[in-house]
Design a protein around this ligand. Sequence first.
Ligand code: PLP
Length: 487
Amino acid sequence: MTAARTTHTFDGVAASAAYRSALEVIGAVEPRVADAISQELTDQRGSLKLIASENYASPAVLLTMGNWFSDKYAEGTAGHRFYAGCQNVDTVEALAAEHARELFGAPYAYVQPHSGIDANLVAFWAVLAQRVELPALQQAGARHVNDLTDADWATLRRALGDQRMLGMSLDAGGHLTHGFRPNISGKMFEQSSYGTDPATGLLDYAAVRARAREFRPLIIVAGYSAYPRRVDFAAMREIADEVGATLVVDMAHFAGLVAGKVLTGDFDPVPHAHIVTSTSHKSLRGPRGGFVLAQPEFADAVDRGCPMVLGGPLPHVMAAKAVAFAEARRPEFAGYARAVADNAQVLAEGLTKRGARLVTGGTDNHLVLVDVTGFGLTGRQAESALLDAGIVTNRNAVPADPNGAWYTSGIRLGTPALTSRGFGPGEFDRTAELIVDVLSATTPTATRDGRASQAKYVVADGVADRTRAAAAELLAAHPLYPGLDLA
Ligand code: PLP
């Protein structure tokens, strides 16, 4: 494995001066907020962050968000705004879109969504607008919904409410926004889901095809939050074409691996999907936000994200997206993305060789899903015991989870954040050892009626302290934002 540059390169002196001044200004108004910001840096510096959806953005990205762009309203699109004075917002929105198109090789990019959930809403409404609303307008001889008669409008609303979505099931690793009832996507669409093969934990494309043929959805959603493997998007597109569905791929989790060319060919969603949605944070290491990439036939509909489902864009975040996408276009980002995937393999092997059971038996992306029932624990107990020992993870359901979505039977681990700190194979193997040490030393406490608690646990004496000390040693060798000094 080659050593790749994975950490941020930045001028620690300049960043220190910038943050010290910022904290002084903030502290003059509400010192407790300034203190909380400083404390957050201390806390993040002092823990092993393995949350698969988190990362550390560069100071350039972070600083781009804290300025007067935040004050500007700019509804509309670059060059076509409903407000005056948007020339600088036009500049940053156009730059962010251009960098996104170049980075992902996409014909069209829309960078206004405020988050991943917004990006998905824009995509879903764009499909409804293009495939249901537009034909209805054409049939009625109208150009705009406001021109429809009340009767035509009532018919169109019924048609819009009568559509189907097929997405990956939550316990197989799908996301709430892929049609699940607590989310608006589950209320907008009649939903059905595809899961994974119970024996292997892997996606079974023949089963997806059979479900799609039977269900005939308008939209098939591919993508995940907790599936530790690559998805064959060429196969998913073939299925979508066969049943006349639009393929929307939500690459929020693995966008960094697409940008860094770890996921290519059939595993790169951009050439295969009609629409790709994403967050700009997570493995892509940008600001909190979302964006949408689309094939030309959906570009106009996606462009109407505002006012369709979004209000005014966040110009300061669009500016930060432009900076992050520019960073991701640099050659060193490909080294980072490769290291994220290589480190995940090392973490998976390190856990497996020490007796942990992984869903699907391993990983070929940035995340690992550990089934902790082998340690006699629920996900909630494992998450809490690891947190006590300075290891930050999140509990996650495993396929057909016997403990349900609250307690769960798994923990999800991801490598993007610690790889940004410069962790390599040696550190990830040691991290696997620490995790197995803690889980092996944890036991559920008994409830009053003698059953094992799903939430309470005890950790053998000394294990949490010993693990914290070992974690501190690893972290000290790879400081977060080296040279950034707030004192
Ligand atoms: N899509 C996927 C696959 C996700 O994992 C997430 C967040 O975890 C989202 C969408 C939502 O992103 P956000 O939290 O920015 O709304």
